[in-house]
Design a protein around this ligand. Structure first.
Ligand code: NAD
Length: 499
């Protein structure tokens, strides 16, 4: 409790920047308009933030283009880019606690998760790509003696990055770190629900020595600022994380403007499979609970569809339900809290609507799915359903909230059929003690990440993205992420010509 109170006091003292960051300076929206950002755990108004629109996006793109073309960042020695990005990583670590408190207040995420993501993972992303860029070699193609052919990578130009609210600064870092490392200039739009940590990042990047115009941060609404990025004729690529609906809009904007490539990281409906030979251990139960409820289930790779072999069902259901009963829902600034607030009242009501739909479709609500009586924050207790059927809405649509559903199967083959019966393909977890089965399932599941005997999304070093409607061919993370921000050029040099 003492630590919770200390966090509350420290969070209230964190300075809040509400202005956009364009061409190395803070500024208000050209229109002078603002939008409110609210603390999800209390419903309190936190700040009025610059509501940028097309005019601001255009100014940011002109700054980004200018500095891209003059080569200050895009053509500098990669070691110089590395030095600046390493300084940024250090500054992010130094200000990690302040940023984590701000993120927790703005998003309703637990301070425990924010400290891990914002103070630890975000700086590590900048460090990893900083250290990669001066060790990335181009290639020489095989030719006869009359030619020399180099295949070189070049930064694509101005990158528009649009990110969601569930991991506000981490999703920004997933895109910013490789984009900046490759030499691109960037226009970043944070989600309107959670703009505050990204705005602080602008100041830290300038302090680290990033030249003006290389990083521009445009808070604003999706339909105005986001659409202006999607439609801008001088943005060379867009990388987007968010809903499938908005991903489809961005493909349309690109088609209607300059046909820029659009990288899409979208939603999921991921399965968690417990096969016949698995052992129901404490770590399996912990993985099942975290897979569904980490970040309050506001996670694109949440394993909400838990497909359990009948042989294990009774024990699994009893142990999962008991563990869920021990989860603490409440003040995100209390380090004892496991599940904070959902991001907005509308989102909380949307998730509660899915809980109601599950009951009316005949699934059995074992526990949870309730608001916290008398609490003005946007809380919902973790809901556990048994008797989920593949055709129910809660088994097919992405809920993006604290809801776990169990489906019972009579064979591993039935588990596989059920797992692939979805439009999505982001993630899957498989529990088995049989190595052959683990490989067979890993290859048979049409998803971007398969986690065997654990719930994991991988690491900085491993690419993350989706099959089917969960994304496009683009990947965040790993060396693969750099492809979103690079062009490939062939330089063919004729040798022995009479020049
Ligand atoms: P969203 O699509 O509503 O918003 C995402 C971003 O797009 C926000 O910045 C928003 O302002 C912007 N936006 C909204 N309308 C726009 C428009 N017309 N043009 C341009 N930009 C627009 O998604 P959300 O509700 O913020 O996030 C939840 C979704 O994100 C879920 O579907 C989740 O699965 C997905 N997600 C995916 C990943 C992944 O890596 N695959 C990670 C996190 C979240």
């Amino acid at each position: 409790m003492i630590e919770a109170e200390q966090n509350r006091l420290a969070a209230a003292a964190v300075r809040i920047e509400t202005r956009a960051w364009i061409d190395g300076e803070v500024c208000h929206a050209a229109s002078g308009e603002t939008f409110a950002t609210v603390a999800p755990s209390t419903g309190d108004h936190l700040a009025d933030v610059a509501a940028c629109g097309p005019e601001d996006v255009d100014r940011a793109v002109r700054a980004a283009r200018r500095v891209f073309d003059d080569g200050t960042w895009s053509r500098c020695d990669p070691t110089d880019r590395k030095v600046v990005l390493l300084r940024l990583a250090d500054l992010l670590r130094k200000h990690g606690d302040e940023l984590a408190l701000l993120e927790s207040r703005d998003s309703g995420k637990t301070i425990r998760d924010c400290r891990n993501e914002v103070a630890h993972e975000v700086p590590n992303f900048f460090q990893w790509y900083a250290e990669t860029i001066d060790k990335s070699f181009d290639r020489i193609a095989p030719t006869g003696p009359t030619a020399f052919a180099a295949i070189v990578k070049e930064p694509i130009g101005v990158a528009g990055l649009i990110v969601p609210w569930n991991f506000p600064l981490l999703m920004a870092a997933w895109k910013l770190a490789p984009a900046l490392a490759t030499g691109c200039s960037v226009v970043l739009k944070p989600a309107e629900q959670t703009p505050l940590t990204a705005l602080r990042l602008g100041e830290l990047a300038a302090e680290a020595g990033l030249p003006p115009g290389v990083l521009n941060i445009i808070p604003g609404l999706g339909e105005t600022a986001g659409q202006a990025i999607g439609r801008h004729p001088d943005i060379d690529t867009v990388s987007f994380t968010g809903s499938g609906e908005v991903g489809a809009y961005l493909l349309g904007y690109a088609a209607q403007s300059n046909r820029k490539p659009v990288g899409l990281e979208l939603g999921g409906k991921s399965p968690f499979l417990v096969l016949e030979d698995a052992r129901i251990t404490d770590s399996l139960i912990e993985a099942a609970v975290m897979a569904a409820f980490w970040n309050g289930g506001q996670n694109c790779s949440a394993n909400m569809r838990q497909i359990i072999h009948r042989h294990h069902h009774e024990e699994f259901a009893a142990r999962v339900t008991a563990r869920v009963a021990s989860l603490v829902v409440g003040d995100p600034l209390d380090p004892a809290t496991d599940i904070g607030a959902l991001v907005t009242a509308e989102h909380r009501d949307r998730v509660a609507g899915y809980v109601a739909a599950g009951r009316s479709e005949g699934a059995r609500l074992v526990r949870g799915g309730e608001t916290l009586q008398g609490n003005p924050g946007f809380f919902l207790t973790p809901a556990v359903f048994e008797g989920l059927k593949p055709d129910m809405r809660i088994a097919r649509e992405e809920i993006f909230g604290p809801v776990l559903g169990m489906m019972v199967v009579d064979s591993d083959d039935e588990a596989l059929r059920m797992a692939v019966d979805t439009d999505f393909g982001l993630h899957a977890s498989v529990f088995t003690r049989d190595l052959d089965k683990a490989f067979r399932f890993a290859r048979a599941l049409p998803v971007g990440t398969v986690s065997v005997n654990s719930f994991s999304e991988g690491s900085i070093a491993t690419p993350f993205g989706g099959y089917r409607r969960s994304g496009s061919l683009s990947r965040d993370n790993g060396l693969e992420a750099m492809a979103q921000y690079q062009q490939t050029k062939t330089v063919w040099i004729g040798l022995g010509a009479d020049q």
